[in-house]
Ligand binder design. Structure first.
Ligand code: UDP
Length: 239
């Protein structure tokens, strides 16, 4: 019998012990939250979709030699992952202006950036995840300079691979958030962790600019499940 004691529970996922040392199981929930949990709703089946989509993307990135925490999809809701110490920063990559950057800086949405923009947000709900600089990250010891160099490089590589992947499916990758961790079995090794799904990316249909991501929920634009289904089906994911 496996131990199903929850080790950690976040907004959209929970973590339990894995079958072997230095492994964990990541379970995708149906909860959707926005604006630092001020908005919350359950979408039956969202967790299944995100599990399949994120597993597909992690597989794809692994095939492109990006080191990840992902081991395998176990079933509709669960993934086996390598245990790691999560760096408490949200790394955001932007190709087109949208969301907080447009709001904070008074820049119109939909502006194509000449080169991808990298941003860092300190993961602390009680502070509303404030944006920080590269220097803050190093000064306060959340990552070393050499770790950050690796992460920046990996973030831009991930962006390149995902832009290509989605473009082939007539989807524009506007921006996304990723997280990284230090492997518990080898803390010098930095890997992509967490998830990559329509919860954490902005995805627009290439022809119509229709939103196929969590903005559908944030901004009440229609059916979140149909949007996520659309992403899964364009990626060829059968579930
Ligand atoms: N994002 C995320 N989790 C967060 C904040 C942002 O996954 O806690 C994702 C978001 O879905 C988008 C990108 O990161 O794809 C940039 O988000 P932004 O800073 O524009 O904030 P938002 O207005 O989406 O909260």
């Amino acid at each position: 019998m496996r131990s199903s004691k929850t080790l950690y529970e976040g907004k959209a996922k929970k973590i339990i012990k894995g079958p072997k040392k230095n492994t964990l199981i990541q379970i995708f929930k149906d909860d959707a939250t926005a604006y630092n949990k001020k908005k919350h709703k359950i979408f039956k089946g969202k967790g299944v979709l995100n599990n399949h989509i994120s597993a597909y993307i992690m597989h794809y990135l692994k095939s492109k030699r990006i080191p990840t925490h992902f081991e395998e999809k176990l079933n509709d809701r669960e993934q086996l992952i390598k245990k790691c110490e999560i760096i408490p920063i949200e790394f955001v990559v932007r190709n087109i202006t949208a969301g907080s950057i447009a709001k904070k800086l008074g820049i119109k949405e939909g502006l194509k950036l000449k080169k991808p923009l990298l941003e860092y947000y300190y993961k602390e709900d009680s502070l509303d995840d404030p944006m920080i600089s590269r220097d803050h990250l190093i000064t306060f010891g959340w990552a070393t300079n050499s770790e950050l160099k690796k992460i920046d490089k990996m973030s831009l590589q991930i962006n390149k691979h995902l832009r290509n992947l989605f473009l082939k499916k007539n989807i524009i990758l506007v921006d996304f958030k990723i997280e990284f961790g230090r492997l518990s079995s080898n803390p010098k090794k930095i890997v992509l962790a967490d998830e990559i799904s329509p919860d954490s990316c902005r995805l627009w249909d290439k022809k119509t600019n229709k939103k196929l991501d969590k903005d559908v929920f944030r901004r009440n634009l229609g059916s979140l499940l149909s949007a996520y289904e659309e992403v899964a089906s364009r990626l060829g994911i059968v579930h």
